[in-house]
Design a protein around this ligand. Structure first.
Ligand code: FE
Length: 203
């Protein structure tokens, strides 16, 4: 019996983890144990601030320091651990560099593996069935959906994350940024540019 059959007992349970989370959050809020505004702040912090800022620091440093970049491409796990970025979901990191010849893009086709210590919590779309299915099958169409169009001669390489290996994309450094220091460069490095669904911002 299919699980979307309304008579199937499984359909009595929330089919989506989001529903379960919402139910828990509602109960905890009613009991006065959590403040929804505080929860939103925490999630926003991990999703948009702390996480991607760590990755952006790594990328900016790689843009500025060729020896650092070489070491990063050689053994990203060790290099980012030296910066203090390690922990769950970041045990084995691999950095892949975008060039004129190759654009790298990361997916987890099985679930949602993601380099938490460098990028924070994965965005909703990263976990979606659509992204996971299409990233491998039609990466250029997915990139177009993100507003990214690459030259024909640039090959797109898709990396499938696993429980063992997490990838960090080193986006290309935009033109006209030769004078910028690490802090200024970091502002150009978006989360999506480090997943490969975006490009670094041209100032
Ligand atoms: Fe996964």
């Amino acid at each position: 019996m299919p699980h979307d059959d309304p008579n199937h007992p499984h359909s009595l349970l929330p089919s989506d983890p989001a529903l379960r989370v919402k139910a828990l959050e509602t109960i905890l809020t009613r009991k006065g144990l959590v403040d929804p505004a505080a929860l939103d702040t925490i999630i926003d912090t991990y999703e948009n601030k702390i996480g991607p800022r760590n990755g952006a620091q790594v990328v900016a440093r790689a843009w500025l320091d060729p020896a650092f970049k070489a070491a990063l491409l050689q053994d990203a796990t060790a290099v980012v651990a030296d910066l203090g970025f390690y922990g769950r979901q970041g045990e084995h990191m691999v950095a892949v560099e975008n060039t004129a010849e190759t654009h790298n893009m990361v997916v987890c086709t099985l679930c949602s593996c993601y380099p938490w210590p460098l990028l924070g919590i994965p965005p909703g779309w990263y976990k979606s069935d659509a992204y996971r299915a299409r990233a491998v099958r039609e990466p250029r169409a997915v990139l177009a959906d993100f507003g990214v169009t690459l030259p024909e001669e640039t090959a797109v390489r898709v990396w499938d994350s696993t429980a063992e290996v997490r990838y960090l994309v080193l986006p290309r450094r935009p033109e006209g940024t030769g004078h910028m220091d690490e802090a200024a460069l970091m502002d150009l490095i978006t989360r999506d540019s480090m997943i490969g669904t975006g490009l670094a911002v041209t100032p």
